[in-house]
Design a protein around this ligand. Structure first.
Ligand code: GLY
Length: 381
């Protein structure tokens, strides 16, 4: 892992040696300063000011995170806190418009910096507000959910869902600062902690076999809200290192970044079909099992990997079956409208073996026969 656009910029380091680094870490990624440090939330206001001297911060959070983490940061910054109802239902164009109107009503100018405090919904939504406000103002991400810490807040993807599917309208907008405090996981509801573990497992599968085994060795203990601070930090740091390394080499998802989409083609369809009752991470767990099965059926994936992923997901309490109410034809039709589809044909990022993905002529995305996809869906019931 190199320095510069995607390397660890301070102490702490990448996963890959069996044990993710335990010390605090700092990374530089396409203009973003990414800090992972237990207790960092206490310094949030100073770090925001340091990264954007002279700017006018405005804090955005959902109604659950606002009193826990966002209000103290807004108070320390001496600025307003804008809130919205918690949940995926808020990640829509109407909410983007309402938040944008709140900034306009305050006559905030180009010196605005949006500070998003919360989970993936908040980061994606507030990030999209920042990406488009006055043609773009800086955003700082302060993720407080596991999914947001290790995935959504890193890499610059912002956007909203539409009735046609998830994340279909958005923009790349790299944050100026990503401030990750693993101690915030203490306040995360148990179902969101569990769901976040799916993306953690994904990072092991796609790029870091020793990390996958480290997760398996700790098992369900990683779900405890009182997991040792050092273990929580190692968990987060290991995943952040994987994500940073991948995005560093492919900011706009022209190639290898697509491996992060493993589990997300069928996963997004399941999430959408559930009307977002199935949490994103839970849907990704189901999607990973189904897509690994697809890879096995198509001969792209080493036999046995789907079971290995299923077993670890199940140990962590993640769902591993596609609900019987979701019929295969509807799932297939949704995959054709996924943003990763080309000309109405779904594409899949498929593992070769644990820690390694199929390159597929450099595109890291494979077109699959729909008969095989149907078979993989049925084998995941
Ligand atoms: N969440 C997948 C990516 O950032 O590319």
């Amino acid at each position: 892992m190199g320095m510069g656009t995607g390397g660890p910029a301070g102490a702490g380091g990448p996963a890959g040696a069996g044990e993710p680094a335990g010390a605090a870490g700092e990374f530089a990624l396409h203009g973003a300063r990414i800090i992972v440090r237990a207790g960092a939330l206490a310094d949030a206001a100073a770090l925001v000011r340091d990264c954007a001297p002279g700017c006018r911060p405005i804090v955005i959070a959902d109604a659950n995170v606002a009193p826990l983490h966002a209000a103290p940061i807004a108070a320390a910054l001496g600025t307003d806190l804008l809130t919205f109802p918690a949940g995926e239902a808020s990640k829509v164009r109407a909410r983007w418009a309402a938040l944008t109107d709140e900034l306009l009503a305050r006559q905030l100018g180009r010196d605005t910096v949006v500070v998003a405090v919360g989970g993936g919904v908040c980061g994606d939504l507030a990030g999209f507000v920042a990406a488009t406000y006055l043609r773009g103002v800086p955003v700082m991400q302060i993720p407080t959910s596991l999914v947001a810490m290790i995935d959504a807040a890193i890499g610059g993807k912002t956007g909203v869902d539409t009735p046609h599917g998830k994340n279909l309208v958005g923009a790349f907008h790299q944050p100026a600062l990503v401030l990750i405090d693993p101690l915030a996981l203490r306040t995360l509801p148990a179902d969101h902690r569990r769901a976040g573990m799916a993306e953690v497992i994904k990072h092991g599968v796609i790029a870091d076999e020793p990390y996958f085994h480290w997760i398996a060795a700790h098992g369900a203990a990683l779900l405890s809200p009182i997991v040792a601070d050092e273990v929580a930090q190692r968990l987060v740091l290991g995943s952040v290192a994987v994500k940073v390394h991948i995005v560093a080499g492919d900011e706009r998802e022209g190639g290898r970044r697509r491996i992060l989409n493993f589990g997300h083609t069928i996963g997004h369809a399941v999430e959408h079909l559930s009307n977002y009752d199935v949490l994103h991470g839970d849907a990704v767990a189901i999607g990973m099992v189904a897509e690994a099965r697809l890879g096995e059926l198509a001969g792209w994936t080493l036999p046995g990997l789907a079971d290995e992923i299923r077993d670890l997901c199940a140990t962590l309490g993640l769902p591993v079956r596609i609900p019987s109410a979701f019929d295969a034809e509807t799932i297939l039709s949704l995959t054709r409208g996924d943003k990763k589809a080309r000309a109405g044909v779904a594409e899949y990022a498929l593992p070769l073996r644990l820690g390694e993905m199929n390159v597929g002529e450099g595109r890291y995305a494979l077109r699959m026969d729909e008969g095989l996809v149907r078979a993989a869906i049925e084998a995941t019931r």
